[in-house]
Write a protein that binds this ligand. Structure first.
Ligand SMILES: [Zn+2]
Length: 105
């Protein structure tokens, strides 16, 4: 199996952990021959977005795969939910209040 197909297969497995795969392609960049993978994934609006995933085998060890999200609606990096940003995040607000009230004491 060509390297490209292996990566695509692996990529589909990874993307399947995020949501329903619509499209999956592998790109290679630059002289460092870093492969990256782009997948269009349908995500349920209530699902938490994962920052990344650890993949690997006993033989090769673990590799951390970081996810980057494109074309998202408003997205909160604090709690990982869609439909609000950090400024409007209930959880972030609670923590800020907690910090400011503990300063007063
Ligand atoms: Zn939030």
């Amino acid at each position: 199996m060509p390297e490209h197909c292996k990566i695509t297969t692996l990529g589909r497995k990874i993307a399947a952990r995020v949501g329903k795969i619509m499209e999956c392609n592998v790109f290679s960049t630059g002289p460092g021959r870093k492969n990256f993978l782009k997948a269009s994934v349908m995500i349920k609006i209530e699902d938490l977005l994962k920052e990344g995933l650890n993949i690997g085998s006993k033989r090769d060890g673990l590799t951390k795969v970081e996810f980057k999200y494109e074309r998202l609606p408003t997205f909160c990096y604090f709690c990982g939910r869609i439909r609000h940003d950090v400024a409007n995040c209930e959880i972030a607000e609670v923590e800020e209040e907690h910090i400011s009230s503990s300063k007063k004491v």
